[in-house]
Write a protein that binds this ligand. Structure first.
Ligand code: HEM
Ligand SMILES: [Cu+2]
Length: 561
């Protein structure tokens, strides 16, 4: 049965059947994706400027400095692009799989949209005025203009609005569909919005303590508490992107290649595991921080590595689906079946490369979670290479692959062979560009080049001069990526406004015919949330109490730029 029609409201049922997509809901997603891809365009330009500057190929004009650009690049790409894409994508899926958004929820999505836009404008003005060059991580002791943080408050409130909207819609569906399993796509959405809400509570607390400090109303701030609250959020954000990406891997990609989904139970267990074990990974961003006892760090490393298990389950599930589908279509041999996969289809190719990139990405993550190895790479360009591989490739390429069906779906248009081909070319450019950029970042990091540092030869020191060839490769990669950004943004707006009219399907794969029944305990979200909160308490109460009770003198605000 098409999940889109499993609603109780006859009007909504009809609207969906006739139109394929609910136009009011589509408008929400269109607006969110528009903002997301404008952020990609602008963020990409700034990224290229950084890359060229670090390679010594470009001197920035005097009215703008490296750290301003770096702050804007981070905020645009990891806050604006990711948040707007994630919300736009999941709202489209909630609408599709739950039979339309409730009018109340639609309003909440719009209020959330404008709150985020207003917040972004309030935060961006001090960045442009060079009063907030604190990077997207913004934790003390560096202090920005208070308006930067006030803008962030609006962004968080806007995100919460969307999270609650999703909860209300899901609760309504469950009330009307007692005893049924939440459709798998909405199950992913629920996991993501649970993490978005709970994960942003710590950062909200952090920002509320920073605001009086940055106004000068209080003199000092507890740096360790602030950093810890930030990373409880920052790390969760990373896994929100990841969960968003794998929702497409589990649910969408099998349909696109003409196959069926992997075990529904396993999928739901992976989601539960990622939600429950997530927030507690935050300390792996603080392995080098002083003032955290070894036992606490050890516990957190364990928690971080635990996330590897659902990832390995995912890797297995994906390749199993690929093989099974290819064999059904006549694929033969131990590996020759791969020829049967639709390599020329950007909706498959982009997320496939994204999955492959996650292998070295995940391996790098294990390096960084290891105390001794992290001593070598911490705060070097290696880290920048790592997250351009994970978020800049695994996540973003999956997002790109999604746009080639999601944008036509919400715009009542179709993907043409020409745009598909352009998408394939874009995917290849992105992959090659990232190989150059991320590869050289990793390597030059091992040679000691620090991250977050404008061009410098350190008085022509031999070590620093040895980095030059790698920065040159980085700049080549960055230039390719910029071309990729332009093609991708063109494709999105072409599909939104100019592609031929028609119906595009929201591709949701079915289960195997002989699939075993999913146990109902997977639906107990209350239990998973309580388990998650218990783990968070276990991980954070002891260190936070320690930071507060045994606090060193607090820090005044610093302006380092
Ligand atoms: C045209 C494509 C891109 C280029 C050329 C580029 C280049 C760069 C460079 C050179 C840095 C600065 C390294 C440093 O000094 O520490 C950087 C930082 C960063 N990039 Fe990109 N990047 C691109 C796309 C992306 C994408 C798609 C994302 C994420 C979705 C991303 C996320 C980040 C983040 C989070 C930082 C760190 C900012 C900070 O340290 O505060 N970038 N990028
Ligand atoms: Cu992390």
């Amino acid at each position: 049965m098409d999940p889109a029609v499993s609603t109780t409201s006859p009007f909504r049922q009809k609207a969906n059947r006739v139109l394929g997509v609910n136009l009011d809901d589509a408008k929400i997603t269109k607006s969110y994706l528009t903002v997301a891809f404008l952020a990609l365009l602008l963020g990409g330009v700034l990224g290229l400027l950084q890359g060229l500057n670090r390679a010594g190929l470009l001197q920035l004009p005097t009215w703008i400095n490296y750290y301003q650009i770096l702050t804007a690049h981070g905020v645009l790409l990891v806050v604006v692009l990711s948040a707007f894409f994630t919300i736009g994508y999941f709202y489209a899926g909630l609408s599709h799989t739950l039979g339309g958004l409730l009018p109340k929820v639609r309003r909440m999505a719009w209020i959330g949209f404008w709150m985020k836009i207003v917040g972004f404008v309030i935060a961006v003005i001090p960045i442009l005025m060079n009063n907030a060059s604190v990077m997207y991580t913004f934790y003390p002791p560096m202090a920005a203009s208070p308006y930067f943080y006030i803008g962030l408050v609006f962004i968080v409130l806007g995100v919460w609005m969307c999270a609650f909207g999703a909860f209300i819609n899901v609760a309504d569906w469950r009330k009307n569909n007692k005893g049924k399993h939440l459709p798998i796509f909405s199950y992913f959405a629920t996991g993501v919005f649970v993490l978005l809400f709970f994960g942003s509570i710590p950062v909200a607390i952090e920002v509320l303590t920073i605001i009086p400090w940055s106004f000068g109303w209080v003199e000092t701030i507890n740096v360790m508490v602030a950093r810890t609250l930030f990373w409880a959020f920052g790390h969760t954000l990373v896994n929100i992107w990841y969960l968003t990406a794998i929702s497409a891997w589990y649910v969408i990609v099998p349909k696109i290649i003409g196959g069926r989904r992997f075990s529904d139970t396993l999928t739901r267990v992976v989601i539960i595991a990622l939600v429950v074990m997530n927030i507690t990974g935050g300390f792996h961003h603080q392995i080098i921080d002083p003032g955290i006892s070894e036992s606490v760090k050890f516990m957190h490393v364990f928690m971080s590595l635990a996330i590897g298990f659902p990832s390995l389950m995912t890797a297995y599930a994906m390749f199993r689906v690929f093989e099974r589908t290819a064999r059904k279509q006549g694929g033969k041999g131990k590996v020759a079946w791969y020829k049967k996969l639709p390599w020329g289809d950007v909706r498959f190719l982009a997320p496939f490369i994204a999955m492959v990139a996650f292998l070295p990405g995940g391996a790098g993550g294990i390096v960084q979670s290891t105390n001794q190895l992290d001593q070598v790479v911490h705060n070097t360009m290696w880290i920048v290479g790592h997250f351009h591989l994970t978020v800049g490739t695994s996540v973003v390429l999956t997002f790109f692959g999604i746009t080639y069906w999601l944008v036509p779906y919400i715009s009542k248009r179709v993907l043409t062979p020409k745009i598909n081909k352009l998408g394939v070319i874009q995917t290849i450019i992105w992959t090659v560009g990232m190989l150059f950029m991320s590869g050289s970042m990793h390597y030059v990091g091992l040679l000691g080049s620090p991250r977050r540092t404008a061009y410098s030869t350190y008085g022509d020191h031999a070590t620093a001069l040895g980095w030059d060839p790698y920065f040159f490769l980085l700049a080549i990669g960055g230039t390719l990526l910029m071309i990729g950004v332009i093609i991708q943004v063109y494709a999105v707006f072409h599909l939104m406004f100019f592609a031929p009219k028609g119906e595009t399907e929201f591709p949701i794969a079915e289960e195997e015919d002989n699939a075993s029944k999913t146990p109902y305990w997977t639906e107990r979200w209350g239990v998973w949330i309580v388990m998650m909160l218990m783990l968070v308490a276990m991980a954070y109460v002891i260190p936070l109490v320690d930071f507060i009770v045994n606090a060193p003198p607090g820090s005044p605000p610093f302006r380092t730029w």
